[in-house]
Design a protein around this ligand. Structure first.
Ligand code: ADP
Ligand code: MG
Length: 319
């Protein structure tokens, strides 16, 4: 139903960056080693993502732009411990209902690739060596009222860049490239966490940050937290990942701010890239379609753990 898809699209597809987020997460879920993103006009004119992942076979491709075509939940039980980024089977259908969307894909072991040019269209043979290319053009071409809410090209690109950074920080093992209007903005080789953080946050950040590495039972926190001497921090230099998923969470932000206040008596804009590993059965990520919020079953224990981990790292600074 195209109308239902368009309504769902309102929740999932707020702007080009939300398209990029969903399609990037699919590429990550597909076990890719290299992902290339090409944007035109802030992503409004075009978002094309190529990966070298497992691909989609012909039958699944025929359904990939339809609603609830997910391959990621085998049973209800899986909902308890979703390891993959996406799990609702709505994103591609929503995107395809508000933009000209095609997918070309070659499943591993298939003789050649197939392409679908839109929802309800039959797959046709296409040339592609491996992986998947999702091409999203002319966002909101059929919903002009929505299009009016888009900001300038520069602003929409900035949001796309941010969506790209979040995935790139979470997955340093994947080579990633971002090109906007023909200019390469990021070219990131596959590497380790420290090098990836250096490339995306700048060496200046690394020089003025403390490494965090604390484990307590089932909880583990790693990454970097800036010292007060690092002055370039902005609101957007705060990255927190829970089991590889970027989140912006009041409880976590509060724990970190409190550690900064108690140890450094201030530092208005702490910058950090932190990775929390936690038993997935004790978190609820199914809160919002954008999946940026999270609920912890034992929120006080998590708060205390994060607070003490950051406090300990900063305390070792001698500041
Ligand atoms: P979800 O990610 O929630 O399952 P999506 O609408 O994002 O739903 O994607 C639908 C399905 O299409 C996925 O479950 C997956 O099987 C397949 N798919 C999408 N993108 C890719 C990709 N880049 N590589 C392999 N399979 C993909
Ligand atoms: Mg998805």
């Amino acid at each position: 139903d195209p109308l239902i898809n368009q309504i769902a699209a309102g929740e999932v597809v707020e702007r080009p960056a939300s398209v990029l987020k969903e399609v990037l997460e699919n590429a990550v879920d597909a076990d890719s080693q290299a992902i290339e993103v090409l944007l035109e006009a802030g992503g409004v004119r075009r978002i094309r993502i190529s990966d070298d992942g497992c691909g989609i076979d012909k039958d699944d491709l025929a359904l990939a732009l339809e609603r609830h075509a997910t391959s990621k939940i085998a049973s209800l039980e899986d909902l308890e411990s979703v390891a993959t980024m996406g799990f609702r089977g709505e994103a591609l259908a929503a995107i395809a209902s508000v933009a000209r969307t095609s997918i070309t894909s070659r499943a591993r072991g298939a003789g050649h690739a197939w392409r679908v040019e839109g929802p309800g269209r039959a797959p046709e043979p296409a040339p592609l060596n491996h992986g998947t290319v999702v091409d999203v053009q002319e966002l909101y071409y059929n919903t002009p009222a929505r299009r009016k809410f888009l900001k300038t090209e520069g602003t929409e690109f900035a949001h796309c860049d941010e969506a790209f950074r979040r995935v790139a920080l979470a997955r340093p093992d994947i080579a990633m490239q971002l090109t906007h209007n023909g200019r390469v903005s990021h070219r990131l080789p596959a590497s380790d966490m420290t090098r990836r953080v250096g490339l995306l946050m700048g060496d200046d950040f690394l020089e003025h940050a403390r490494a965090v590495s604390v484990e307590a039972g089932p909880l583990q926190l790693t990454g970097f937290a800036s010292l007060p001497a690092y002055s370039r921090a902005s609101r957007d230099a705060q990255y927190f990942f829970v089991n590889g998923r970027f989140v912006r969470d009041k409880l976590l932000t509060h724990a970190i701010r409190q550690a900064y206040r108690d140890i450094l008596h201030g530092s208005r804009h702490p910058a950090y890239v932190l990775f929390l590993q936690i038993d997935p059965r004790t978190v609820d990520v199914n809160v919002h379609p954008a999946k940026i919020e999270i609920r912890f079953r034992e929120s006080r224990a998590v708060h205390q753990f994060v607070y003490h981990a950051v406090e300990r790292a900063l305390g070792h600074s001698g500041a």
